[in-house]
Design a binder for this molecule. Structure first.
Ligand code: SAH
Length: 465
């Protein structure tokens, strides 16, 4: 981060603007609208500035127009400085003088000279959105602003104002911060918000008070069992994202990518319940109990799983214990590794000319061997997808061939599919185990067996990194 984003209270503070042209006028307008008292200094101050100041004169501490060149003495009693002249040397002089007095100074169109930048803004006061590109691409900031401008309703300020007016009522009703948060989330997205945005403030306020009276303190929370997909955060569903952003606690494990995790609510509590990373691994029973306990404390708990929670994710077991305890839950499907990896590797799992069915199989070894029904995996028109199969790869290839699948059947291993570290290895059942032995493969990996793998050469489109 090159600059610290901050909103300044400049009401009744003296702010200096050096410059007497149109650029200066824009800054003067902004400062005055935020309640600042401006001092404008320039050898020549244009008529528009003079008119604007005359039209905004107030009180004893009024705005000042000083028709003269800038001098360091102009910084007296000033809390913010803006250099808005078209002369680089003057801007530099203003910035130097300001800095020696430890004042923040914005130099218009020259972020390098100053140490404060003015963002592009969307003003829905009291809601304010500010964009900055650190002075690198002001046009980009403006374009972003235009995009968001269309998304943010004009009445947003009214809604925020209403929320501000009713804050004390909500605080008085709910002692727990979570209850207040749930209430606001409901109100700010429901009928109350609709009415406020439409300008019916009185109605919105009545509705809010009615809902406040009707809402009881929360006793039990809820669990969201959410599929986080195979890695690429763009593959999350809208519902997953919404629940990720409202959960109070996040239970995640090794398969959930950092990029996906970064989209959860920032101030939520995070609990890592994965295997491997630390020695204090939680058993499945402990995870189930933790989910129940947290929900009983009234929390909204996000159980975030890699891929889809109902495909080799033990999601079923986790919600069974919730159901036993009468705890409400929702399940949100995610893109399972088979779909994600296949798409990002250009390997369609079914194809009219190659495969009429697809089978997802656990490749997890039990006591070093497999108890799988290999006879059911011999149909050349069936694509096989092995999850967790890296350790047992040579056995998988060997067993398939032993039971009669053609040794020339193509096989693919996809490492960290859909992520910048995706790598794809291709071979045949006959030679693949040897090929992979020589590679430094990183988990997680997915194995696809079948002639659809041949399509990778032509359909591969994803360039990782
Ligand atoms: N519920 C998950 C699967 C959990 S089992 C899902 O639906 O995808 C864990 C296995 O999933 C891993 O051993 C690996 O085989 C596979 N897997 C998950 N994410 C993967 C990824 N990004 N790339 C390759 N394989 C992945």
């Amino acid at each position: 981060m090159d600059f610290l984003p901050l909103f300044l209270q400049v009401k009744n503070q003296r702010c200096l603007v050096v410059g007497g042209g149109d650029v200066a006028l824009r800054k003067i307008r902004l400062l005055v609208s935020a309640g600042a008292i401006v001092r404008v200094v320039a050898p020549c101050i244009n008529q528009d500035i003079q008119d604007f100041i005359a039209g905004n004169a107030f009180g004893s501490r009024s705005h000042q127009l000083l028709t003269k060149p800038f001098a360091p003495a102009d910084l007296k009693d000033v809390s913010l400085v803006i250099a808005a002249t078209d002369k680089k040397a003057v801007n530099q002089q203003v910035a130097d003088s300001a800095r020696t007095q430890n004042l923040f100074v914005n130099v218009v169109d020259d972020a390098e000279i100053g140490n404060a930048i003015m963002p592009a803004i969307i003003d829905r006061s009291p809601v304010m959105v500010a964009f900055s590109t650190g002075g690198k691409a002001p046009v980009l900031a403006r374009l972003l602003r235009e995009k968001l401008e269309a998304l943010l309703p004009q009445g947003l300020g009214r809604l925020a104002q209403l929320a501000g007016d009713c804050r004390h009522l909500v605080k008085a009703k709910f002692s727990k911060i979570n209850d207040r948060r749930y209430f606001w989330e409901k109100v700010l997205q429901g009928d109350v918000a609709e009415q406020a945005l439409a300008g019916n403030i009185k109605q919105a306020k009545n509705l809010l008070i009615q809902q406040l009276n009707e809402t009881a303190e929360q006793k039990t929370g809820e669990v969201y069992l959410v599929g986080g997909g195979p890695g690429d955060p763009d593959l999350l569903t809208f519902k997953a994202l919404r629940l990720m952003q409202q959960a109070d606690v996040v239970l995640h494990d090794r398969l959930v990518s950092d990029d996906v995790l970064a989209l959860c609510r920032r101030d939520a509590d995070y609990i890592y319940v994965g295997k491997k990373r630390n020695s204090h691994t939680r058993t499945q029973e402990e995870i189930n109990a933790l989910l129940v306990n947290l929900a009983k404390q009234g929390k909204r708990v996000l159980r975030l799983k890699g891929g889809d929670p109902f495909i080799f994710g033990r999601g079923g077991e986790e919600i069974e214990s919730l159901s036993d305890e009468g705890i409400p839950f929702q399940v949100v499907p995610g893109i399972t590794a088979a779909s994600g990896c296949a798409s990002y590797a250009g390997i369609p799992l079914t194809h009219r000319d190659h495969a009429q069915s697809v089978r997802f199989i656990t490749g997890h070894l039990k006591n070093g061997s497999y108890a799988l029904n290999w006879q059911e995996m011999l149909d050349p028109g069936q694509t096989l997808v092995f999850y967790m199969g890296l350790m047992g790869l040579s056995q998988i290839c060997q067993k398939l061939v032993e039971h009669g699948r053609d040794p020339h059947t193509p096989i693919a291993l996809i490492q960290k599919g859909t992520t910048p570290e995706q790598r794809i290895f291709i071979g045949t059942l006959a030679n693949f185990a040897k090929t992979i032995e020589q590679e430094q493969v990183k988990a997680p990996t997915l194995i696809i067996v079948g002639t659809v793998v041949n399509l990778h050469k032509k359909l591969n489109w994803f360039v990782p990194g």
